[in-house]
Design a protein around this ligand. Structure first.
Ligand code: COA
Length: 323
C-alpha cells in the first residue's frame, strides 16, 4: 500500500427531510422507519445543486486542512453513481469549479462502495509513481434518482460529499490493506434501468424506469453477507485480528446492517461510527462523511476498519492505521 491520508473534508446540504415529512408524502410512519432503518432525517440537496457542487465544498475543506492548493493535485477522482450529467463526469465539473492544473479527472462508479473502490484506484495510481497527490471526492445526489411515491426507497436516501487529499508521500494515516469484491449476477435487485444507453430516457415506457428500483429485503440479505465478507477479507489482508479493531466505519445504509457488522466483529457500540439517523444513506459519501465527523476521537495508532456494500453488487473494505 502506498497511500497516506493528508486530510478529509465533508459537506451535507442544510435542508432536512424528516420521517414526519415523509408521513405526509407516502403511506409510512416515523416508528416504522426508525425501527426498520434507524433513520430519522436526511440531508437533501436543492434543485439546481449537482453532485460536483457538494464535492466542491467538501474538497475545498479537505484542501484547506491539508494546507494545499488545487494546483498541487496530480489527479481528481470522483466516486459517484449520480454524476451531474452522463457526460462529462462529475470529476470534470469539480475540476472546473476548483481550478488547478490540467491533470487527469475521471469518475469511478461503484455506487455505495465508491469510497472503497476509489481508494483502490487511487492507491494503484500512487503506487505507479506517476502521481504524488490525488483528490478523491466521494459524492452523490442520490435523491435525484428517487421516486418520492415509492415508500420502499424514498425513506432511505440522502445527499452529501466527503473528500480526501491522498498522497504517496509518507506522513499521516496510512492505508494498511484493501479488499474489493462484486457480483454482477444480481444487478436487477438494485438498479436504475432508464436513462442509460440500453434504455435511453426517450425510450422509457414507464416513468418509474427512470428511478431507482430495489427489492429491499433481498438486498438486505446480500448486504449482510457482503459487509461481513469485506470485514473478514480486509482484516486478513491487514494481518489484524478482529479484537484489534479500534473503530468500525461501515457504509450507512440501514442501522440493522450496521449492527450485524458490529456483532460479527464483537465490537462494543461505542467503537462503531454511526450517523445514519441524521443523513440516511448518502451512497459513496457515507463513509468519508462519517470518518470526518468521527476523526476527532481517533488516536495515533488506532486501527480503523471501513466496510461498504452497494448496487452491482459491489462491496469491499479498507484498513486504515490512524496517525
Ligand atoms: N413504511 C411502512 N411500511 C413499509 C415501508 C415503509 N416505508 N416500506 C415497506 N413497507 C412494508 C412492505 O410493503 C411490507 O408490507 P407487507 O408485509 O404488507 O407486504 C412490509 O413493510 C415488509 O417489507 P420488507 O421489504 O420485507 O421490509 P424490511 O424489513 O426488509 O425493510 C427495508 C425494508 C428497505 C428498510 C430493508 O429491506 C432494507 O433496508 N434493505 C436494504 C436496502 C439498502 O440498504 N439498500 C442500499 C444498499 S447500499
Amino acid at each position: 500500500m502506498s497511500l497516506y491520508i493528508k486530510s478529509v473534508g465533508h459537506y451535507t446540504p442544510p435542508r432536512r427531510l424528516s420521517n414526519k415529512d415523509l408521513e405526509s408524502m407516502v403511506d409510512t410512519n416515523d416508528e416504522w422507519i426508525t425501527s426498520r432503518t434507524g433513520i430519522r432525517e436526511r440531508a437533501i440537496a436543492d434543485k439546481g445543486v449537482g453532485t460536483a457542487d457538494m464535492a466542491y465544498h467538501a474538497s475545498v475543506q479537505a484542501l484547506e486542512e491539508a494546507g494545499m492548493d488545487a494546483k498541487e493535485m496530480d489527479g481528481i477522482v470522483c466516486a459517484t453513481c449520480t454524476p451531474d450529467m452522463t457526460m462529462p463526469g462529475a470529476s470534470s465539473h469539480l475540476q472546473r469549479k476548483l481550478g488547478g492544473a490540467e491533470v487527469a479527472a475521471f469518475d469511478v462508479n461503484a455506487a455505495c462502495s465508491g469510497f472503497i473502490y476509489g481508494l483502490d484506484v487511487v492507491d494503484g495510481m500512487l503506487a505507479s509513481g506517476r502521481y504524488e497527490n490525488i483528490l478523491l471526492a466521494c459524492a452523490d445526489k442520490f435523491t435525484s434518482t428517487i421516486n418520492y411515491n415509492d415508500r420502499g426507497t424514498c425513506i432511505l436516501f440522502g445527499d452529501g460529499a466527503g473528500s480526501l487529499v491522498l498522497s504517496s508521500k509518507p506522513g499521516g494515516p496510512k492505508l494498511s490493506a484493501l479488499y474489493t469484491g462484486g457480483n454482477g449476477q444480481l444487478t436487477n435487485l438494485l438498479h436504475r434501468p432508464g436513462g442509460g444507453s440500453l434504455l435511453p430516457f426517450d425510450e422509457c415506457e414507464d416513468k418509474d424506469e427512470l428511478y431507482v428500483q430495489m427489492i429491499g429485503n433481498q438486498v438486505f440479505k446480500h448486504a449482510v453477507r457482503g459487509m461481513g465478507l469485506s470485514a473478514t477479507e480486509t482484516l486478513k489482508r491487514a494481518g489484524w485480528d478482529k479484537s484489534e479493531v479500534d473503530w468500525l466505519i461501515p457504509h450507512q445504509a440501514n442501522r440493522r446492517l450496521i449492527d450485524a457488522a458490529m456483532d460479527r466483529l464483537g465490537l462494543a457500540p461505542e467503537r462503531v461510527v454511526v450517523n445514519i439517523e441524521k443523513y440516511g444513506n448518502m451512497s459513496a459519501a457515507s463513509i468519508p462523511v462519517a470518518l470526518n465527523e468521527a476523526k476527532g476521537q481517533f488516536k495515533p495508532g488506532d486501527k480503523i476498519l471501513c466496510v461498504a456494500f452497494g448496487s452491482g453488487f459491489t462491496w469491499g473494505g479498507a484498513a486504515i492505521e490512524w496517525a
